[in-house]
Design a protein around this ligand. Sequence first.
Ligand code: FAD
Length: 317
Amino acid sequence: MVLVFAESQKGNFKKTAFEAVTYGYKTAQALGTECVALALGSANNAADLGLYGASKVLHVADAALDQFDGQVYAKVIAEVSQQVGAKVIVLSHTSTGKAIHGRLAARLDAGSVAGVNSIPTVDGGFKVKKGVFSGKAIAEYAINSEVKILSVMGNSLQPAIVGSPAAIEAANVTVPASRVKVKSVSRIEGIVPLPEAELVVSAGRGMKGPENWGIVEDLANTLGATTACSRPVADVHWRPHHEHVGQTGIAIRPNLYIAIGISGAIQHLAGVNNSKTIVVINKDPEAPFFKAADYGVVGDLFEVVPQLTEAVKKFKA
Ligand code: FAD
């Protein structure tokens, strides 16, 4: 059986949860087995996971799980997977999934591959592919352990409706509240997290200073996009570190990545070159980013970006 951990936040499933269930369903089809979803804590509309291919949804409703704690989540997922005899466990390759993955693999003595972007093949052994060396090559991994854990890159497949709402079953796991050691001190609301974002507006040192970011935010708000930045910008605290994309930051694969005043260094490209469409705005026609761009605008960002925002507003009106 394939068990998919479906991530939720404040009771609502994330888009990555539907992607993970779709991935789990296709993996289960390849293995000739069923796909079961697992929801932890508050979970609205959990039956809808059946639409994406889960034959049922196991639910640990304990309120202690409304606060994410990687250790506790790994323990609970491990217990449920042992109870149901899961052979493949699918996670999302998000910050939540990354905090669980290694712990779960250690608990279950499982072979694991993080950040996969293709469905496993099973003829001649269980094999799965992922991008390596900053997306420059594809490696294929064979996993021989009895239990296998995979985490799925965000936006690497579209959630597909293949079934109908599933039955929800309570899973028999207890979570002592005292085990939850993590406390949430603040939460940023209303922003699609970068790994899940389909539209990203990103800016770099060409912005000259943090006081100029208003034009980037205007464009992002107009498009409904998430903001990102290059590393030096985060290093000097013009922008928060959670916006830093690239080799040492977050790797993303949105449908649209708009790069403003970013040169396109190889370490930056490493995190964004899987974007489906890349638009570059830079005043230097020799900027390396233009080689990776689908569309490029050579010009002063302080003139181009407000004009682009106005054009989008007119288009939407
Ligand atoms: P710059 O290279 O200074 O480029 C600014 C750009 O803005 C220029 O192309 C310029 O032409 C343009 N510009 C200036 N003014 C205007 C204007 N008015 N209008 C239009 N365009 C304008 N970087 C990352 O981003 N992510 C990483 O994860 C990362 N990891 C790294 C890991 C290592 C080990 C190392 C050594 C480096 C890493 N870097 C990373 C840094 C990377 O090498 C570059 O230094 C960095 O990406 C450059 O940032 P930038 O493009 O914002 O700045």
